[in-house]
Design a protein around this ligand. Structure first.
Ligand SMILES: [Zn+2]
Length: 329
């Protein structure tokens, strides 16, 4: 009996050639891609477990609706947690268009130099108007609100332990989610208030910024949001590249998303701060996460893998991108 070596080899080579062609079609060649930034090996480890616990704690206070006692208790806890992590904490309290506002600002790093802004909204929505059964009930806001705050709290813990070489302000916006669909400027009251009377630093102090919104859902996908591409194209591309280098391309899809009116839209447009908004958008580009603005936006929606992907990418970016040598436009 003889083994048909020649025909076996020919088949193997044909397969290898086909596979090479397929892979050449799907993946950009590493040698032709010039990374805008490389992740630093000196970055601290982001713990999704810690971020997950921060979502639980926020939900344990109840709904974070401006003007309520549970909102005040959650805000007090956020302030004391930032202080415990070594931040210089500022609070901006006031009234804006009839709504009580409490923006919480935690500063890390040196006081001098171009600043970087990291933000999320800490309030939760009072009405689940996307809920077929209980449209008047409040939204727990595990993903819509608490997830972004939780990741920034874990980032704050790491910034306290390993201070950045440039100033970073974490700003938690209040009253982002009180808006009514179709009513202009009814969302994002906290950031609009801050833009009218900035505190403690003016918008011009910031080189660039990153906002997180709905960043904890299972199977989350992030598209390159429209205003981010318009106002901070290089920043958007650099973060997406870094996420890909870290192996998180299944979350950070290389697709153009539509523009979303959210806190970073006002910061970019009125404050002239180039902002990237990392916000959940389904791959069709038509919707957010399935439980958005329903009573089901609770802890069951959250997946540690998503928190890890976003948190680790953000930490890698912060320790690689010094605003003195990285310009986002
Ligand atoms: Zn919302």
């Amino acid at each position: 009996m003889s083994f048909p070596w020649r025909s076996y080899l020919a088949t193997e080579l044909r397969w290898a050639g086909l596979l090479f062609l397929l892979s050449a079609c799907q993946e950009p060649s590493p040698s032709t891609e010039k990374p805008l930034l490389r992740p630093s090996s000196q970055r601290p480890f982001f713990s999704a477990e810690s971020a997950y616990t921060h979502i639980q704690t926020q939900l344990s206070f109840g709904m974070r609706i401006p003007g309520t006692l549970s909102h005040k208790a959650a805000g007090d806890w956020l302030v004391s947690t930032f202080r415990r992590y070594g931040a210089q904490v500022y609070e901006q309290v006031g009234m804006y268009r009839g709504t009580p506002i409490r923006n919480i600002i935690a500063s890390f790093g040196p006081t001098e130099g171009r600043r970087v802004l990291l933000s999320a909204h800490w309030d939760s929505r009072p009405y689940a108007d996307r809920d077929a059964r209980q449209p008047e009930a409040p939204v727990p806001g595990a993903n819509d609100g608490a997830s972004g705050v939780a990741i920034l709290l874990e980032v704050a813990r790491l910034l306290g332990q390993q201070p950045p070489s440039y100033p970073i302000d974490v700003i938690l916006w209040d009253a982002e989610d009180l808006g009514r669909e179709g009513v202009e400027d009814s969302y994002c009251l906290g950031s609009q208030y801050w833009l009218e009377s900035p505190y403690p630093y003016p918008p011009q102090a910031y080189a660039w910024g990153i906002n997180l919104d709905m960043v904890g859902a299972k199977g989350a996908t992030f598209l390159q949001e429209g205003y981010s591409r318009q106002y901070a194209p290089l920043l958007t591309e650099a973060v997406w590249q870094l996420a890909r280098q870290l192996g998180y391309q299944r979350f950070f899809l290389p697709l153009a998303g539509d523009p979303i009116v959210d806190d970073p839209f006002y910061l970019s447009l009125r404050g002239k701060i180039p902002m990237l908004n990392i916000i959940h958008r389904d791959p069709s580009g038509k919707g957010f996460f399935p439980e958005w603005h329903t009573t089901e936006d609770d802890l069951d929606v959250i997946d540690r893998a998503t928190l890890q992907a976003v948190g680790e990418t953000l930490i890698a970016f912060l320790y690689a991108a010094n605003p003195q040598n990285f310009s986002p436009v």
